[in-house]
Design a protein around this ligand. Structure first.
Ligand SMILES: [Zn+2]
Length: 242
């Protein structure tokens, strides 16, 4: 039996069909039933590569014209970029365009794809690496990624750690500047606030302890009844340690 898998992409720039994989099964045995892990990883990697290529092509098409005058931006050159995803490291062609002359620009050229693929790593890849690296060692996280997903064989403890640090720095930056105090206002306004009650002493403390003791006594009584019926020990406990 032969199974052909095609990817059909429909977008504003047309309809494209590409062959993704051809799977063959010659013998009827348990090992050949369904996809193997190797085939699944290869399939995912191929779909991801074709899908992202189509998305990039459509994105660049929408960005090619100047938003102010509508003229097509000139091509200055191109260079290869690697986009790291959970389903493989994708090699893409990143064009460099000239800025349109209708407005002043500090730079003569720019790379539109770098604005879309900020950081060159997909958010899901960073998320899963960070999650696994927080539970197990960097090396084990790298092995787990390579065992289950079509990531590059170059993934190792150092790359996982680098991505973890990147996420950590972004989380730190999102927190903003460090605050010395979380109480708003100035000392003059704080002085106008009502003073808290002093700690309990003497007769009031003895009265409160007695009340708490009565509550614990009631709980003990309930617990004995529950245990008498063969139920489990309740976890709730009131401590009169005021
Ligand atoms: Zn323009």
């Amino acid at each position: 039996m032969k199974i052909l898998i095609h990817l059909i992409a429909e977008s504003g720039i047309g309809k494209h069909m590409q062959e993704i994989a051809c799977l063959e099964r010659k013998e009827h045995c348990l090992e050949d039933v369904g996809l193997t892990l190797r085939e699944a990883k290869k399939l995912l990697g191929a779909i991801q590569q074709r899908m992202v290529e189509q998305q990039v092509e459509e994105y660049l098409e929408t960005q090619r014209s100047c938003p102010h005058c509508g003229r097509t931006r000139g091509l200055k050159g191109s260079h290869p970029v690697t986009f790291q995803t959970l389903f493989g490291n994708l090699e893409l062609c990143s064009p460099r365009w000239n800025h349109c002359g209708c407005r002043p620009n500090p730079a003569k050229t720019f790379s539109p794809l770098l604005e879309l693929l900020d950081g060159h790593v997909s958010p899901e890849r960073l998320y899963l690496e960070t999650k696994w690296a927080s539970l197990i060692s960097f090396e084990l996280a790298a092995h787990l990624l390579k065992d289950t997903l079509p990531v590059a064989e170059t993934v190792n403890a150092a790359s996982v750690r680098n991505h973890l640090h990147r996420v950590g720095e972004r989380a730190e930056a999102a927190l903003g500047d460090e605050k010395v105090s979380f109480i708003e206002g100035c000392p003059r306004e704080w002085a106008a606030l009502p003073h808290p009650q002093p700690p309990l002493t003497g007769r009031h403390r003895r009265l409160l302890c007695a009340a708490m003791g009565r509550q614990e006594g009631a709980l003990r009584s309930d617990r004995r009844q529950i245990n008498g019926r063969g139920w489990t020990e309740p976890l709730l406990r009131v401590r009169p340690d005021v």
